[in-house]
Design a protein around this ligand. Structure first.
Ligand SMILES: C[S@@+](CC[C@H](N)C(=O)[O-])C[C@H]1O[C@@H](n2cnc3c(N)ncnc32)[C@H](O)[C@@H]1O
Length: 219
């Protein structure tokens, strides 16, 4: 089931089914954001997104939470012998890239429960152990929020994206999470105001954060 809701600007956005823990929309606007984010990440990573030490002849690969399939498609293109599966809560758009014979998309009910906890990142190590993953590669990037002098063009583009998109994206997200967790309106508004303040970079100040990209291989 898809749910339509208005964001704070009154614009109608379309979301995943209400029981999903994931709070971001799944409409065209979000798909465009994911595509832009992918190309910016790729630029930041020197146009190479697969950094795990994988043999060339892997048999199967699965991308869980594949969104628009940008990464899934790159995996399938780079590992032609592999059967590659992209899984998401919502249907993956198939009109963005040329279909590949070794790539299949599924939107699932399997992972529909609160299986991807938004705070799961704090337990990444145990999650990987439980999943039996090895050869885990963790790459860390620093991203700016906004543009500074002396950045590479890729870092400047990423910083511009983060500075504009994050506050835009987080408003509706916090409203939705607030509603679903029974917070009153004032509490949600205070949290949103706090967040907006975080992103107000004053003259001469710099704001940045870490981006982690993690991948692993099933033995
Ligand atoms: C931030 S997007 C990232 C998409 C993609 N991996 C990328 O890098 O562009 C997170 C994706 O995870 C999906 N997702 C969240 N919870 C999920 C779940 N329980 N099962 C399957 N997919 C899920 C969302 O629908 C969304 O498309």
């Amino acid at each position: 089931m898809l749910v339509s809701e208005s964001d704070e600007s009154g614009e109608k956005r379309q979301y995943h089914e209400t029981k999903a823990a994931y709070a971001l929309p799944n409409d065209n606007v979000e798909q465009q954001r994911l595509e832009l984010q992918h190309s910016l990440f790729k630029g930041l990573m020197g146009e190479r997104i697969i950094h795990a030490p994988l043999p060339k002849d892997i048999g199967r690969a699965v991308d869980i939470g594949c969104g628009t399939g940008s990464v899934t498609h790159e995996i399938a293109s780079n590992y032609a012998s592999a059967s590659v599966y992209g899984v998401d809560l919502s249907a993956v758009p198939t009109n963005l890239r040329t279909p590949l014979s070794n790539l299949t998309y599924t939107h699932n009910s399997l992972l529909r429960a609160k299986s991807l906890n938004p705070f799961a990142g704090s337990e990444l190590g145990s999650l990987f152990d439980a999943a039996g993953l090895e050869d885990i590669a963790v790459r860390r990037y620093i991203s700016t929020c906004g543009e500074w002098e002396g950045l590479t063009p890729e870092a400047a583009q990423f910083g511009q994206y983060v500075g504009k998109q994050t506050p835009l994206m987080c408003g509706p997200l916090m409203q939705r999470l607030g509603r679903e967790t029974g917070r009153d309106e004032q509490e949600v508004k205070t949290a949103m105001d706090d967040l907006a303040r975080e992103f107000e970079v004053g003259k001469g100040q710099r704001l940045w954060f870490w981006v982690y990209v993690v991948c692993g291989r099933k033995a």
